[in-house]
Design a protein. Structure first.
Length: 520
């Protein structure tokens, strides 16, 4: 008894097995995320420290150097890059691919805590840490601009409304803002006015901070009633700041307007973004790892019409870049190549077998093997990308080999005079071990790819596993479904009258067969 005898004797069980494989594969296909390349997460952590007013040299010496000395003791760091600018230091730590990102984050957090005693005491907040994936580019860029409204007001719509709404959507990791123009009051002091009145910068800073607070004022309580005291101690525009008293000289108050120019401006006037030569605020949307890029973009586009309806007519919202469009085009092109390859394989099988029923049997192994592979891909958390679809395209020529070998051996016994059932049992028994050997040897060719290291190994890992899955599923189909169908549907061709097309192909095949035999 061969491996296939049980499946030949129980066609219902074999059919249910294949139907279940197709159902699980179809369900897995519906769950597969779509992306451009396999999801490769680089264990990378970004640490940001801010010290307003400090120049880049001070940030590099007093902040970056202290943090770098602490981070250098962490194991598994491949590279460490620090960038110091006006009031900001950013250090990017990239770990080896085998390092767990959560464990690395704990080590970085411990190093930050250990460096606090050596960092400047003037830091408004401790260094912040964030896990990042430098290989995952933003999937959507949007620009908000207005020809009439100030950019600070446009920034309010961008950051406080649109960015927050998009951040809550499924699959969105974060929304970065480029060219941020947050409103702020800028105090530009006159050194001569300060010197003539004997006022220092520290007095001006203290006065601005003391006059711009938002604290609980207290309450008034009586015998029968109690009343909360409401006093707004915050200043929101330049006109209010101009009236702020800095000091008293000769019995007269010195206000900010007397020693400088106070204007409504933005927090950082050294950054800017443009869209079509117009100043704009640009939002970049990052997706969560493993999510479907196309579905995330569709979800964002679904909420944009309701947001646009709430915008003033003077504010324009434009999509600068949509990464899902290139992914759709690339995946669609590879899917077309996959379907074309499948059609060509079926055509070649029909040309050489010249028998419709004999062509259908091995041709069924092709879609079942591909669909069954989707179940394994979904189980392993893979995605539909250029590399996995390329693996399926290459496997089209592999997955029908086993079925053709099985079919040919069974047909040989039928042509020798045996019944289809006897030929299926005998032929499958003879060729069963050969098909197992073919499947394992073909799969073994791609096993070395699984052990490749580095970034290339991570990218090709999904490619190798996908093509091995397709080969293994095709071997299963060839040992179960193919012999069962041969025992029911393949009939001897002796005594049948064939048409002109068949006889033409037969003569061409005989000539080719004779030429090949002569060349040997």
């Amino acid at each position: 008894m061969g491996v296939s005898a049980l499946f030949i004797a129980r066609p219902v069980m074999t059919s249910l097995l294949m139907i279940a494989l197709v159902i699980f594969g179809a369900f897995g296909y519906s769950q597969l995320p779509v992306s451009e390349l396999p999801n490769v997460d680089f264990p990378t952590i970004s640490v940001t420290t801010k010290l307003p007013g400090a120049d880049p040299e001070t940030m590099a010496s007093a902040v970056a150097t202290v943090l770098e000395n602490q981070f250098s003791t962490i194991a598994g760091i491949d590279s460490m890059t620090s960038t110091s600018s006006q009031g900001t230091t950013r250090i990017v730590l990239q770990f080896s691919l085998d390092r767990n990102i959560d464990g690395a984050a704990q080590d970085v957090q411990s190093a930050i805590a250990g460096s606090l005693r050596d960092l400047p005491a003037e830091l408004p907040a401790p260094p912040t840490m964030r896990k990042v994936n430098p290989a995952d580019a933003p999937i959507l860029f949007m620009a908000l601009s207005s020809p009439t409204l100030p950019l600070s007001q446009v920034d309010e719509y961008a950051e406080r409304e649109l960015a927050q709404r998009i951040s809550t959507l499924p699959g969105v990791a974060q929304v970065d803002v480029f060219g941020s123009q947050k409103f702020a009051v800028r105090i530009q002091l006159n050194p001569d006015a300060l010197a003539s009145r004997g006022i220092g910068l520290d007095e001006v800073q203290a006065a601005a901070q003391a006059g711009n607070v938002n604290l609980a004022t207290g309450s008034l309580e009586g015998a029968k009633t109690a009343q909360n005291i409401k006093a707004n101690g915050q200043m929101f525009d330049a006109a209010t700041f101009r009236r702020q008293i800095v000091a008293y000289r000769n019995g007269s108050p010195v206000r900010l307007a007397d020693i400088g120019t106070i204007v409504d401006s933005v927090e950082n006037n050294k950054v800017a973004s443009w869209y079509n030569d117009d100043r704009a605020v640009v939002l970049a949307v990052d997706r969560q790892p493993g999510t479907n890029t196309i579905e995330v973009v569709n979800g964002i586009r679904a909420v944009l019409p309701s947001f646009i309806a709430q915008l003033p007519p003077a504010v324009n919202l434009n999509i600068i870049y949509d990464r899902s469009q290139s992914i759709r085009a690339a995946v669609s092109d590879v899917q077309f190549s996959l379907m074309l390859a499948a059609a060509l394989v079926v055509m070649v099988i029909f040309i050489f077998l010249r028998n419709l029923s004999a062509t259908i049997i091995p041709s069924l192994a092709l879609p079942i093997s591909i669909i069954g592979t989707f179940a394994g891909m979904s189980l392993m958390g893979y995605s539909l990308d250029n590399l996995s679809l390329m693996a399926l395209t290459l496997s089209v020529g592999f997955v029908v080999d086993d079925a053709i070998v099985m079919l040919e051996n069974i047909v040989r016994h039928i042509e020798a005079g045996e019944t289809p059932l006897q030929a299926a049992i005998k032929g499958s028994k003879e060729i069963g071990f050969t098909i197992i050997s073919m499947t394992l040897s073909l799969a073994a060719v791609f096993i070395p790819v699984l052990f490749m290291g580095g970034i290339v190994g991570r990218l090709l890992h999904e490619f190798a596993v996908t093509i091995v899955l397709a080969i293994m599923v095709s071997g299963l189909v060839s040992l179960t479904l193919t012999p069962m169908l041969c025992s029911r549907f393949v009939r001897p061709q002796r005594g049948l009258k064939h048409g002109l097309l068949y006889r033409t192909f037969e003569r061409a095949f005989d000539l080719m067969h004779g030429a090949y035999a002569g060349s040997l």
